[in-house]
Design a protein around this ligand. Structure first.
Ligand code: GDP
Length: 444
């Protein structure tokens, strides 16, 4: 999980101070010492840590905080605000050109996740912002990179502009932009070449492309798991190309957070997006304040709601609510709801966005078993249409057939049938007008 190690340590530290009715200067000093160690251990840049701790101390030892009614909480508020500030404060938005198309140039070292992120970004722009992006394969040195982008384009059903490996990247980029204008694409995302290490030729080529197409954004893609290396890479790219933003990839596997917490302070460039997994919908806008909340175990309810909003079809949710109210909710509907929840991403990732989730006993180590979900899915898929709508017809021999068809056991089938009945009963109670609670549930 992102920042798990850092998060654990910081939470243990702040727990000690949160409930205190009275907080002394000494308490604050002790806390900041521990925060400092936790950050250094997380591979946050030394100077960044030093400045941050200084600011936290100055603010937390101030009279307003220590003499307030809830000093412990005020101190934590300071820590949260400073962490958020470190990562850039407000979320920074993506540019929109006055005259379309908006041109985004993706740069970064090989393996950082540039090509994947190009696809993810296009997907996000289309899904969340209703844009019509076009992808451009400008890495002419590796045919595999062009193929990879074309495969992504196919998966996403988005056009990929390519002139093969013989053309010059500057020409490719310019021709792509012309084509995008003709075909009314409002975003052009150029996937440029990467190398294993920074080299002059590469930088020269990227500078040429930049000069020629004058992009609205130059996004540097860095692998967050490489910690301070990512920060150094960012510094070099920024010096040569003056990037407009950073995309941190593989944050899902970064338990430390050193790059995320240092990059903005070192380069002065905002983190715009974070890659949270290999799938094409696992790119999130980077919100420093929400990220700070997540790190401190305060949850990230806003991101959770946004995730639900992009993945859940509102009309369908309304229909579902009606069905629940009228008690006509069937296994068929259940399957559909499961699909929607699954689209939101792995369940443990969602749970981590809930406030206090990692403090709840058992929750932290809860490996939500996606396998179990697929059993449930398989069982429902092995039912006939009639059985899904009218489960009461499922007798012993049908149960045997369903268990066989889904590769499960009769007792698993029984359990699901029972759970479904219980769920319906619960829904009935929740939606019963007599109790005055009219709210439906969007998810089972
Ligand atoms: P490029 O050489 O920079 O274009 O890198 P690729 O796009 O080919 O990505 C390299 C590897 O990183 C691939 O296996 C991707 O699936 C993986 N990857 C990219 N972004 C993420 C991410 O946010 N999380 C995880 N877990 N893997 C990622």
């Amino acid at each position: 999980m992102a920042f798990e190690g850092l998060s654990d340590r910081l939470q243990n530290t702040i727990k000690k101070i949160t409930g205190k009715g009275k907080v002394s200067e000494q308490d604050v000093k002790e806390m900041t010492r521990e925060v400092r160690l936790a950050l250094l251990e997380a591979d946050v840049n030394f100077k960044v840590v030093k400045d941050l701790i200084k600011r936290i101390k100055e603010r937390a030892i101030g009279q307003e905080v220590l003499e307030s009614l809830t000093p412990g909480q005020q101190v934590i508020k300071v820590v949260k605000e400073e962490l958020a500030e470190l990562m850039g404060g407000e979320q920074s938005k993506i540019a929109v050109a006055n005259k379309p198309p908006t041109v985004i140039m993706m740069v970064g070292l090989q393996g950082a996740g540039k090509t994947t992120t190009t696809g993810k970004l296009a997907n996000l722009l289309r899904k969340k912002h209703n844009r019509k992006p076009m992808l451009v394969a400008a890495d002419v040195y590796r045919p595999a990179a062009i193929n990879q982008l074309e495969t992504l384009g196919n998966q996403l059903d988005l056009p990929v502009f390519s002139l093969g490996t013989e053309a010059n990247p500057v020409d490719i980029a310019n021709q792509a932009i012309e084509k995008a204008k003709e075909e009314h694409h409002d975003y052009v995302i150029i996937d440029t070449a990467g190398r294993l290490h920074i080299d002059e030729n590469l930088m020269g080529e990227l500078q040429e492309i930049k000069q020629s197409v004058n992009p609205d954004e130059v996004f540097l893609v860095v692998d967050s798991m490489t910690g301070q290396d990512a920060v150094n890479v960012a510094e070099s790219f920024d010096e040569q190309l003056d990037v407009t933003g950073v995309v941190l990839t593989k944050l899902d596997g970064d338990t430390r957070g050193g790059a995320a917490l240092s990059i903005r302070a070192v380069t002065g460039k905002p983190i715009k997006f974070a890659g949270m997994g290999e799938k094409l919908d696992q790119l999130e806008a980077f919100h420093p304040d929400r990220m700070a909340s997540r790190i401190l175990g305060m949850g990230d309810v806003l991101s959770l709601i946004e995730k639900a909003e992009t993945q859940v079809d509102e009309k369908k949710a309304k229909e579902m609510e009606e069905k629940i109210k009228s008690m006509s909710f069937t296994f068929e509907d259940f399957l559909e709801q499961m699909d929607q929840v699954k689209n939101m991403g792995p369940l443990d990732e969602l749970i981590n966005m809930m406030p206090g989730a990692n403090k709840m006993k058992g929750m932290k180590n809860l490996q939500v078993d996606d396998k179990q979900l697929s059993h449930v899915e398989a069982i429902i898929q092995s039912m006939t249409k009639q059985e899904r709508v009218e489960p009461s017809v499922i007798n012993a021999s049908r149960k045997k057939r369903i268990a066989k068809g889904s590769g499960t056991s009769v007792s698993q089938v029984n359990r699901l049938l029972k759970q479904f009945e219980d769920m319906k009963k619960m829904m009935k109670q929740m939606t019963s007008p007599k109790k005055g609670k009219k709210k439906g549930m969007n998810f089972p």
